[in-house]
Design a protein around this ligand. Sequence first.
Ligand code: PLP
Ligand code: ZN
Length: 458
Amino acid sequence: MIDSPRAIRSPRTGSVRGRSGLYHDQPVGKRGNSTMKQMLGLRCTLCGAEYEVHQVQYVCPHHGDDGILDVVYDYDEVARQISPHQLRDNPTASIWRYLPFLPVDPDMVRILASDSSLGSVGWTPLYPAPRLATALGLRHLWVKDDGRQPTASFKDRASAIAVVKTRELGYPVVTTASTGNAAAALAGLCAAVSQPNVIFVPRTAPPAKIAQLLVYGATVLLVDGTYDDAFELCLRAAPEFGWYNRNTAYNPYMTEGKKTAAYEICEQLGWQAPDRIFVPVGDGCIIGGMHKGLRDLLAVGWIDRLPKLMGVQAAGSSPLVDAWERGLEGWQMEPVKAHSVADSIVAGLPRDRVKALRAVRDTGGAFVRVSDEEIIAAIPALAQGCGVFAEPAAAAAYAGLVKAVAQGWVGADERVVVLATGSGLKDVSTAMRSVGQPAIVAPDLEEVRRAMSAMGVA
Ligand SMILES: *Cc1c(COP(=O)(O)O)cnc(C)c1O
Ligand SMILES: [Zn+2]
């Protein structure tokens, strides 16, 4: 776990494959920055081997691409640099208000974020949702609207770190594979600072997300295959062409961007951690990041207990729910055929499954499965109940709350947060399936009267 940083020891030098991306394979760039002294190193989530930041780049060399790394911090050093008291007077309304908790060079952040949309990532609103709460028999419910990020999804939190890291390490190009939102986030934030980027997305991604990529000027490759195919292709292309790889659950720093949502929720609630947070889960990087953020806050003593993390998956893509129900570990999971209307959470073998299972088990939370019908119904329910128009994956988090309440898992007095991870404008055609067609009238007052009475409006 992350809570007790030890001195970082070097792993034994074993057989190291080129794809694991050790720095000596790296063609360009300087090697990180000495001002990030609160970062102790990187620890493998599978074998616990620890590395200095400059020793490995992406994954633990002992298990190829599965050896996902965790960033380890010196929390005494972090606490020397930041406190809730200082934050109260900090006007920075973005993820960068938590800089000492982030694995980036503060000077590079200042250069890139002071004058661009990189400086607007994060600090999204946390709305009280009293009408939804009452309807569910709850007293305290909030919705965090990450549809209000610069590119309209939660993924901006991670891609912002990727852009800074690309520049810090001196790569000419950054790349990613994505179901859509991570790519849109990378393309948009790259455009903001004129950073060349190459994007691999499955050709089945929703048109709005592909449009974002093209409009932001990314070099786009539509892969004739699944997200998993796009991911593999991107992994192979990055070292071949000398690009920095942002891939989720491969690049260890993406979790670090995602964890900022946990900081924000706790700060927005006056450092009184909520009881439960509902998180939509595909690859598991967001829920893993939330866990990391909460653990960070516990380590510095800013919160006194961990909220229960509730992972919500679509029924057609729920391997983590299965694994949790059967008590399996991440390394025991097998790929399944996955499908759902909620494209952002379709993952047959979730890449960050180890972190996702750990997040739910360590916090005493649960995994919940919701059908596509429940997801579609949740879109207008959430929009009309609190004014947040969510894409299907984001609405799934609310559908998960509805289901958990029905199963009697949520106490009426619990303080509950739903993480709405993306804007409804990302997938308008699914949104239209959740509502009827509008009335059409001639430009004539009598027609308005007729239409009103037909719709039962006084
Ligand atoms: C990526 C994404 C998710 C799921 O995040 P994972 O890290 O893949 O679990 C949920 N909602 C939206 C809108 C997303 O873009
Ligand atoms: Zn390892």
